[in-house]
Write a protein that binds this ligand. Structure first.
Ligand code: NDP
Ligand code: MG
Ligand code: MG
Length: 341
């Protein structure tokens, strides 16, 4: 079994002795900057001129400087801009200011794994990747908990990069939940696979097909929404608590029997075959190239996908229903989330 490490296995004073630049102040950026600051770490935020995020960071009392200035005055740089812009930000504003002894940190291995970024000699390259959305990384920290993290070292120039990465992971609260050591290759490939096949791509498509099947058969969209989307969270919460077995324990015998009979009919072996094909495209770089080429062309394919998905009838139904469900604090903690954006 993989070794897990916790708060007691890391030394917070290591990261407290560094000057940290957080580049980008979005989902992960705001969480890392605020959690580290609250853990007693010297943090500045690096943003491009005219950045929309600047006011948000300053409102939290953080010091905001340009990306280049942040790198110049720091000895640890965490890159938390979107993956597709990292290589440009890196080439133009980060690499020229990196010095031997510095550390370059990531929360996802994409740019290192696919060769879009290479660090200069003498620079530690490491990853602290929370396995959860940035807004939860902040919310859990404030509540005294944490989101589990993967920690990896790609280049150990100092000979102490892993201790540094563990200390950073502790600073953002990740080791309250636990850390696992991995590699950039394993984190990148499994992260892309998980989000594409199961968590995001697989789950979204499964929900949409369920909703379409019911509404096309004449059932009310509101009922279809509850059955195929809303209840999923309750089921997944049980799985997180006690595995698939616990959700089967909690549901009715009727539901459990239906799970065994119909689950493999819906998700049959073709799905596994398709998943293997998706994994192959991730491993051989086909997916990465398609994503980055589209981004470089102004993201026409990405924007078209987004537009089409937003028009699915499940979104209109859900918007109306959530407005009626006062107990769902829809994005209440996520002030920058705009429904439909
Ligand atoms: P976001 O999309 O939330 O990052 C947006 C931030 O990056 C904003 O502050 C934005 O500034 C800034 N930014 C965008 N372009 C530039 C640029 N050219 N130069 C400088 N700053 C720029 O990113 P995420 O937090 O989603 O992802 C960051 C990293 O974390 C990625 O590697 C991702 O894979 C990883 N990760 C993300 C998770 C998540 O929860 N989202 C989970 C685990 C890992 P402005 O406001 O001006 O646009
Ligand atoms: Mg990801
Ligand atoms: Mg039911």
């Amino acid at each position: 079994m993989a070794d897990m490490f916790y708060d007691d296995d890391a030394d917070l004073s290591i990261i407290q002795g560094r000057k940290v630049a957080i580049i980008g102040y979005g989902s992960q950026g705001h969480a890392h900057a605020l959690n580290l600051r609250d853990s007693g770490v010297d943090v500045r935020v690096g943003l491009k001129e005219g950045s929309k995020s600047r006011a948000k960071a300053e409102a939290e009392g953080l010091r905001v400087v340009t990306v280049a200035e942040a790198v110049q005055e720091s000895d640890l740089v965490m890159i938390l801009t979107p993956d597709q812009v990292q290589r440009t930000v890196y080439a133009e504003e980060i690499q020229p200011h990196l010095k031997p002894g510095n550390a370059l940190f990531f929360s996802h291995g994409f740019n290192i794994r696919y060769g879009y970024i290479t660090a200069p000699e003498g620079v530690d390259v490491a990853m602290v990747a929370p396995k959860g959305p940035g807004h939860l990384v902040r919310r859990e920290y404030v509540d005294g908990r944490g989101v589990p993290v993967l920690v990896a070292v790609e280049v150990d120039a100092s000979g102490k990069a892993f201790d540094l990465a563990k200390s950073y992971a502790k600073g953002i609260g990740g080791l309250r939940a636990g850390g696992i050591q991995t590699t950039f290759k394993e984190e990148t490939e499994t992260d892309l696979f998980g989000e594409q096949s199961v968590l995001c791509g697989g789950a979204s498509q499964l929900i949409q097909y369920g909703f379409e099947t019911l509404t096309e058969a004449g059932y009310q969209p509101e009922v279809a929404y509850f059955e195929c989307l809303h209840e999923l969270k309750l089921i997944v919460d049980l799985m997180v608590e006690g595995g698939i077995a616990k959700q089967r324990w909690s549901i009715s015998d009727t539901a459990e029997y239906g799970d065994y009979v119909s689950g493999p009919r819906v998700i049959d072996e073709h799905v596994k075959h398709n998943m293997k094909a998706v994994l192959k495209d991730i491993q051989d770089g086909t997916f990465a190239k398609r994503f980055i080429d589209d981004q470089d062309a102004g993201a026409p394919e990405f924007k078209a996908f987004r537009e089409k998905a937003a028009q699915h009838p499940i979104e209109t139904t859900g918007k109306e229903l959530r407005g009626l469900m006062s107990w769902i604090k829809d994005g209440a903690n996520d002030a920058d989330y705009v429904e439909g954006s």
